[in-house]
Ligand binder design. Structure first.
Ligand code: ZN
Ligand code: ZN
Length: 119
């Protein structure tokens, strides 16, 4: 699936707090905690598509490390413009075999549905 199809048009989804993402890659996004009640796996990710002033991200399941991570999928072209698609790549293993996280939020470890944990 091309990266461009991963995020819907419509631009930024309002003001968000700037949370450092993996150190220095890009500042953005509001993270949520997700937890698998079955096996205990937890992940801090946005949980889906996200867009900030500079970049668009998507929560993906990395086929290489079987981890949930937010990856960069678009860079802002300019003020009030759309995003240039960026090929998603796992920040942990640098692999590009990644799948957008399904909206049913399956656990990457055991496949049962993960629940969002209130902050
Ligand atoms: Zn699980
Ligand atoms: Zn990976």
């Amino acid at each position: 699936m091309p990266a461009i199809a991963w995020f819907r048009s419509g631009g930024p989804q309002g003001i968000r707090t700037n949370t450092p993402f993996s150190g220095t890659l890009f500042p953005m996004g509001s993270l949520s905690s997700f937890e698998c009640e079955k096996c205990g796996y937890t992940a801090e990710v946005s949980g889906g598509q996200d867009a900030g002033f500079e970049a668009a991200t998507q929560t993906i399941l990395c086929d290489g490390c079987r981890e949930l991570v937010d990856v960069l999928v678009g860079k802002r072209k300019g003020a009030d413009q759309g995003f240039d698609p960026v090929s998603p790549r796992c920040p942990k293993c640098r692999g590009d075999s990644v799948t957008p996280w399904d909206e049913s939020h399956p656990c990457p470890k055991c496949g049962s549905s993960m629940t969002e944990v209130p902050a």
